[in-house]
Each structure stands twice: as C-alpha cells, then as structure tokens.
Design a binder for this molecule. Structure first.
Ligand code: COI
Length: 356
C-alpha cells in the first residue's frame, strides 16, 4: 500500500488529498499499460441487478476457463479520461455518456449493465483511489477503462449466468507514436470492421480483435492505422480502427452518420457540438472515399486519440497528403477548444465536465 494511503481509507472522497504523485517519468507517457493501485469490481447474476461493488487492490482476476467472455466474446468496454487541474482537482469528461453507451451495448450483447449512477459513482471512486496516477496538468491524463463481461461458466452458446463490471485505470499521454504530429492512414477495402445488423455500433471487444489483422499489416508498411469502408458499396467511409473520422472542405465539416456500423464516439459527438458553436457547418451523412481526394483537412477523434490530424491517406495505391507539418487550421481550433474544456482551462458552458 502506498504510504500516503496508510492514514485514511482510500475509498473515501478526499482521502487521497495529501498523496504525492506516483514516481514515474511524467514526460514519457505514451498509450501503454501502467499498473496502478486500485480497481473496481461489481458482479451480477443473470436476471439480477448489479450490487455490492467495491474497490480492490489492482491485480489479476480469476475467471473460469468456461467464462462467456473467453469462449463467446460476451464483453464490452468503455474508455474515458480524468485530467488534473492546476488547483489539484480532477475533471472527468461526460462520464454519463459512457454509462449510457454501455447500457446500449449491453442490450445488444444480452448482458445486464450497471445503471448510469452506479457506473459514474464507480468511475469516481476508482479515479479518487488512484489519484496519484493522474498526470500533472499538461502531461497527459488518467485513462479509465470500464469493462463488462460474461464471467459465468457456459459451454453451449448462451448468455453467461454471471456478469462482472470492472474498472481499471492507467496514466496515458498521446495515443499514436507520432504524438500530435499528423498520422498516415491506409484505406482498407477488402477486410471489414462491421456489417449492417452486426455489432459495429457498440463497443464490444470483438470489433477490436477483428481489426488487428488489417492494422498489423498497415503498421508493417509504415502506416499509423487503417480507415474502413462500408462493406456493401465499399465506397463510404466508416471509421478508423480506434477512432472516428472527419473531413473538412471550406467551412463544412462532414463525418459518417451513425447507422449501426460506426461507433457513436463521445469525442465525435462533442466535436460536432464544438464545431457548430465555432460557426462551422457540420454534416453527418454518407461520406464517399472520393471526397478525401478533394478535402482541405482530415482529422480523427476518439477518447484515446483526442483530435488527431491526418497527414495523408493512401487508397488503392494513390496517396493524398493534407500537410505534414502538424494540425490544419480547423482541427487545431477544435482540438484547442475541446482540450481546454477537458482540462478546465475555459468555461464549461456545455456542462460536460464533472469535478472530483
Ligand atoms: C478509446 O478511444 O477510448 C477507445 O476505446 C479506443 C481504443 C482502441 C483505445
């Protein structure tokens, strides 16, 4: 137990106020797993409700080899971040949106899910118990990873008899190794991430396993990530393996509409509102791959990637560049407003942040 926890229970609000920061190099954070102090766990039987959640020392969990999540992929995850403000208080960004997305995903995956209140309270408790792992202002954030999984044993294909909701956290910096420099994408037109009527619109674990093959091949060729097309017409943009995509042309910003095959990103939704508040016209619609050829700027959004400028896109051997230097003017403006809001540096008129 870290010495700062010895006097008071870490589970109570304010108990970690006197904690030092964890002893790591805060200037060297990437998006890699760093074990922290506590995780949160709550269980539920099939047909029941989640209850008796608790913080536990961070560590490995025990699962039956027959657990639904291991055998049939009955699992969902979420991602959100906490930032440390200059005054030492912590800010969460729209945690109830993650809670609601988990409820929607759970319905699709035949799982019970924690209520919005249970989810948000559990996130707050986990962050406070791990306060010393929240990076200093300007150095990064604490990435919060809630999981929901079928933890009960099954053999025949069926919903699991027991479910576990778990939250762990890890301090993070930039997602892509490029940092805030532009990323380079390749359009994938043979492998697909999602199909109509499938699970592409929920944050189920299998969606992410399904993109590893194309992602690995792209990385081996020097690309940062893969941009997927719709699997029917093979001409409309869907999303990147780990984030949503936006195309800028003049004062208009277009992004693929949510239609069941695209993850309804919380950063995506927030950027749409921020862009409109900044006077841009935002269109959620079918966006063709050909529109990339003609775009002024392209950028990606996600909790992990925040707003990432795209430097180039390669499609069927043809490479289109949008500037190798850094952010384009539009993505820079949106990144700046969003991150200042998330870090508590400008007034939160939208009421998106939750202070701890
Ligand atoms: C996130 O942005 O939070 C995600 O869940 C994407 C993941 C691939 C890191």
């Amino acid at each position: 137990v870290p010495s700062c926890y010895s006097a008071v229970s870490p589970f109570k609000r304010g108990a970690t106020e006197t904690c030092e920061l964890a002893d790591i190099d805060w200037d060297d954070l990437g998006f890699t797993y760093v074990p922290t102090d506590y995780m949160y766990s709550m269980k539920c039987t099939k047909g029941g409700n989640f209850s008796k959640g608790e913080l536990q020392r961070f560590g490995n969990i025990e699962l039956s080899p027959s657990a639904g999540v291991l055998n049939y992929g009955q699992g969902l995850f979420e991602g959100l971040k906490a930032y440390r403000k200059e005054d030492g208080n912590l800010l969460l960004f729209r945690p109830e949106e993650n809670a609601m997305r988990m409820i929607m995903g759970a319905e699709r995956m035949c799982m019970p899910s924690p209520t919005v209140e249970q989810f948000v309270d559990a996130v707050k408790a986990t962050v406070l118990a791990n306060k010393r792992w929240v990076p200093p202002p300007g150095k990064g954030s604490l990435y919060i990873r809630p999981l929901l999984m079928g933890s009960g044993a099954v053999l025949g294909l069926a919903p699991s008899p027991e479910y576990t909701f778990l939250i762990y956290v890890s301090p993070v910096g930039n997602y892509f190794k490029e940092g805030v420099a532009p990323i380079h994408l390749i359009v994938e037109y043979e492998l697909h991430r999602a199909t109509p009527g499938g699970t592409g619109g929920v944050k189920t674990i299998g969606n992410y396993a399904a993109v590893l093959k194309a992602q690995s091949a792209a990385k081996a060729r020097g690309f940062s990530d893969v941009l997927y097309l719709d699997c029917v017409q093979k001409k409309y943009l869907e999303e990147v393996s780990s984030c949503n995509i936006f195309v800028v042309k003049g004062n208009t910003i277009s992004t693929p509409a949510i239609k069941g095959t695209i993850l309804p990103g919380i950063t995506r939704k927030s950027i749409i509102d921020v862009a409109r508040s900044q006077g841009f016209q935002v269109e959620e619609r079918l966006v063709t791959v050909d529109e990339l050829l003609d775009a002024d700027e392209v950028f990606c959004t996600g909790t992990a990637v925040v707003v990432s400028p795209v430097g180039s896109i390669t499609y069927k051997g043809k490479r289109v560049s949008y500037g190798e230097e850094g952010f384009g003017a539009v993505s820079e403006q949106l990144y700046s407003v969003l991150t200042k809001l998330q870090m508590g540096l400008i007034e939160d008129k939208m009421n998106w942040t939750v202070e701890l």
